[in-house]
Design a binder for this molecule. Structure first.
Ligand SMILES: CC(C)(COP(=O)(O)OP(=O)(O)OC[C@H]1O[C@@H](n2cnc3c(N)ncnc32)[C@H](O)[C@@H]1OP(=O)(O)O)[C@@H](O)C(=O)NCCC(=O)NCCS
Length: 261
């Protein structure tokens, strides 16, 4: 075979492997984490090439051996969807209906309005603090946009710090954001009532986890009411018990998820 047809063959294997990984991805044995995939029985070289091209993340142990699990990167997921569409496969997933991206500064008003619908006044982030937060860390302010109406359906935001414990100042002082911070303190997960119960919050959290894992962030930390502990546990977070936070004069649970060990 000529070098060109060798290349084409290899490229076809890589593309089909990526598409197959996308179709067969599953949550891990604890029913958590973000789009984990097992590449057992796949072409080993193709997996390495996809890893080298940042289309998947295939963690290695200290001896350099690859684990049998991998995670798709955002770039890999986008390419897999393109390949499947080229193959004529209808993609019935949230990415067809919603765009997940970082906030644009002119959308802060809309986000602040959603916050006032989703949270009572003593807990909601004010418009001013939302503005400061989005200006300081726009890349940590993920929104889901309804592609049909252009409306913001929900968002997840936070700031990066190198601390491990939650403090209420994170809610009000965006200057604490350090782009190189080891961890992200999550400050708000909101989905408008008419967009709830279809997996948008889950996808916002998973998308956030994948992005921050790729950037080498160690953990995500959040606080929530007792009645949300189960939801966050399902999404892969660990309950650390009562938090030091007394935001809004309430009691809070502190929870975290490890992205990189
Ligand atoms: C909480 C909230 C973000 C959930 O959004 P959503 O898009 O409806 O959630 P999803 O459809 O992605 O659900 C993800 C999982 O969490 C569970 N869940 C969703 N809302 C829940 C709730 N209020 N209580 C307990 N579990 C819940 C779902 O059952 C689902 O699990 P499943 O797939 O096993 O069924 C949304 O109701 C909201 O904005 N509420 C007001 C603000 C708020 O409380 N935010 C969180 C504060 S820490």
């Amino acid at each position: 075979m000529s070098e060109m047809s060798d290349y084409k063959r290899q490229n076809a294997i890589d593309r089909l492997t990526l598409a197959l990984l996308y179709l067969t991805r599953f949550p891990d044995s604890e029913g958590q984490r973000f789009d984990e995939i097992s590449w057992k029985n796949y072409d080993f070289d193709a997996i390495n090439r996809l890893d080298d091209a940042d289309l998947i993340l295939n963690p290695k142990n200290k001896k350099g051996y690859a684990y049998k699990y991998a995670y798709m990167t955002e770039k890999g997921r986008a390419m897999a969807r393109e390949i499947l569409q080229d193959l004529g496969m209808p993609l019935d997933d949230l990415y067809e209906k919603y765009e997940f991206r970082q906030i644009h500064l002119e959308e802060i008003e809309e986000a602040a309005n959603i916050e006032s619908i989703c949270f009572p006044p003593n807990e909601a982030c004010s418009r001013e603090h939302m503005m400061e937060r989005a200006a300081a860390a726009p890349d940590l302010f993920l929104v889901a946009i309804d592609k049909k109406s252009g409306k913001m359906a929900g968002f997840l935001n936070g700031i990066a710090v190198s601390e491990y414990e939650f403090r209420d100042e994170f809610f009000t002082d965006a200057s604490l954001h350090d782009p190189k911070g080891r961890n992200v303190m999550l400050l708000g997960l909101d989905v408008l009532p008419e967009y709830r119960k279809m997996g948008l919050a889950r996808e916002l959290v998973y998308n956030y986890c994948r992005k921050e894992q790729e950037r080498g962030r160690k953990m995500l930390v959040l606080t929530c009411h007792e009645n949300k502990v189960k939801m966050y546990t399902k999404l892969g977070f660990r309950d650390l018990g009562q938090s030091r936070s007394s935001w809004g004069g309430e009691k809070w649970h502190e929870m975290d998820i490890t992205l990189n060990y």
